[in-house]
Design a protein around this ligand. Structure first.
Ligand SMILES: Nc1ncnc2c1ncn2[C@@H]1O[C@H](COP(=O)(O)OP(=O)(O)OP(=O)(O)O)[C@@H](O)[C@H]1O
Ligand SMILES: [Mg+2]
Length: 246
């Protein structure tokens, strides 16, 4: 599998505390990857580095076929280069319909016209319906987004990211606060999304990670502790020790 993102030898220190410690990590195109690890392992910081929010002290972050360095790019440039990130709190426009939120996301970065005055083309409407189908909200399009359940809002936000067609989607703890049923739908959605792009999911819920059925990277103290299938990494002695607090 060809590499989409390569992080190598990255370290970040916050006030003398080394949150990321010589981290190396690779992800292939259209790969689904789970990242697990105890609180403070550096999972969110890893995403902050890839998206340009946090700058490492050392190391390289190389992206795409042209092997460009993301470290030289602004957050906006990184997003435009094809890195989408989902934050834990959904940032949907609550007063707008599901349809309008998706349309807005589709039209983001496209010209100076205010989206509210924008007349959607038949192609756009088709694409919005397609996206709604992918996230399981096809029957919710006219609804005000503020009326959606917590899970539905999270899916809408994922749909809004997919509208931008990222090559890499970073998702931090998507299952938090979801019902079991919502979690199951979320795994299906992420598995589906990873068929055409790379998806990296940080999650504490092991049942959720199991359903993703993908390679797992265990982070601990800012570095990779183990990597492989979930059964493989959870049988690893170092991983067991870390999770048992030894
Ligand atoms: N901006 C910051 N300033 C100072 N310290 C930070 C900052 N961001 C993260 N840290 C510290 O870096 C370490 C790694 O934090 P990070 O949020 O990446 O962990 P995490 O693996 O996402 O944990 P969790 O599972 O709890 O979300 C923690 O000790 C955290 O307190
Ligand atoms: Mg975190």
């Amino acid at each position: 599998m060809s590499t989409l993102l390569e992080v190598s030898g990255v370290s970040v220190t916050f006030d003398g505390f080394r949150a990321i410690n010589n981290l190396s990590f690779q992800i292939g195109k259209a790969e689904l990857r789970a990242i697990i690890g105890p609180n403070g392992a550096g999972k969110t910081t890893f995403m902050d580095i890839v998206t340009g929010k946090t700058r490492p002290d050392t190391g390289r972050v190389i992206w795409g076929d042209k092997s460009v360095s993301l470290l030289k790019m602004s957050e906006a440039q990184i997003a435009r280069a094809g890195v989408g990130r989902k934050f834990q709190r959904p940032t949907v426009f609550e007063d707008q319909s599901v349809f309008d939120n998706l349309l807005l996301a589709l039209k983001k970065d496209r010209g100076p016209f205010p989206v509210l005055f924008y007349r959607s083309s038949a192609r756009d409407r088709e694409r919005v319906e397609e996206l709604a189908g992918e996230i399981g909200l096809a029957d919710q399009l006219p609804r005000k987004s503020g009326e959606l359940s917590h899970g539905q809002k999270q899916w809408l936000e994922i749909g809004m990211l997919l509208a931008q067609d990222p090559q890499l989607l970073l998702v931090d703890e998507p299952a938090a606060g979801m019902t079991l049923e919502e979690r199951e739908h979320t795994t299906d959605l992420l598995v589906q999304a990873a068929k055409t792009r790379a998806v990296v999911v940080v999650e504490h819920d092991m049942e959720f990670v199991r359903r993703l059925n993908c390679k797992v990277t265990v982070l601990h103290e800012g570095a990779v502790l183990a990597e492989g299938g979930l059964d493989h990494v959870t049988a690893n002695k170092d991983v067991i020790d870390v999770y048992l607090g030894r």
